[in-house]
Design a protein around this ligand. Structure first.
Ligand code: DQA
Length: 137
């Protein structure tokens, strides 16, 4: 079982960035916990602040991996390109968000990812990633 977690812009700053919204943990620390918990899963992590790099990664893994956990962050609400990439591939994508985007500003209520995703998990903090992996298993 091969799964990749793809994180979009500013998620490299988790732990430092708006801790009241996103918590105090860095994603690297949390990723180690996930690897420890899901030992049977071959798990990779990719983060980029650049839209095209995220599209390239989705295309690269999207015909061979068993699952993609995608938090496209701010690009969720703007990127037709990432949304199209999700629709173009065969690997199932679970869209995740740390925060409950529906409790926040209206521009965060729109997702260009959801229509192509197998499902969406949001609002459970970093645990959203754990739930997404469970759903793929
Ligand atoms: C986010 C929600 C987005 O609206 C925001 O731009 C992010 C993070 C989340 O995980 O809650 O960067 O995707």
């Amino acid at each position: 079982m091969k799964i990749i977690i793809i994180n979009g812009p500013n998620l490299n700053l988790l732990g430092k960035r708006e801790p009241d919204v996103y918590g105090n943990n860095s994603f690297e620390d949390y990723f180690s916990q996930l690897q420890f918990k899901f030992k049977e899963v071959q798990m990779e992590y990719f983060q980029s602040n650049i839209e095209g790099e995220i599209i390239e990664k989705i295309q690269e893994v999207g015909f061979s991996y068993d699952g993609i956990v995608l938090n496209a962050a701010a690009y969720t609400h703007t990127s037709v390109g990432i949304g199209d990439a999700v629709k173009a591939i065969e690997t199932p994508v679970v869209e995740v968000h740390i925060s409950n985007t529906f409790k926040r500003e209206e521009f965060r209520h729109v997702s260009y990812i959801s229509a192509g995703a197998k499902g969406v998990i949001l609002g459970f903090g970093l645990q959203s990633y754990d739930l997404a992996i469970q759903s793929l298993l």
